[in-house]
Design a protein. Sequence first.
Length: 136
Amino acid sequence: MPQPGPRKTWSIKHVYLDVDHGGFEALEAIENSSIVPKPNYVLNSSPEKHQVVWKVEDMDLEEAERLLHAMAREFGGDPAATEATRVLRVPGFANKKYETNFYVEARRESTETYHLRDFKKNRYAASTNVSSVSSP
């Protein structure tokens, strides 16, 4: 039986968006958006597919997952890839899902560390009722 006491809270260090459709156009929309900050990394995970990563702090598991769902809706990310504890592709390793190996590449876009409020300029709120991130 669990012991009573404070609830364990996860400390989230990164949030991401898994872009499986739209390739370059989806990345361009993210990079030119006023509703999310500049990503820290963009991984080319396979042909025309990307994982976009932001380094964050002071964000708990629930906040991160609400943010992941909202970003997937806004930018056409994979809705099945919105759990905060997902393992992403590793740069330099081969993605073997295809006939020929595709080696994952990463490029750094920013060295900033973001907070939930940085995604909100933007319509992301720290409340539990985040349901949309439509552009203003």
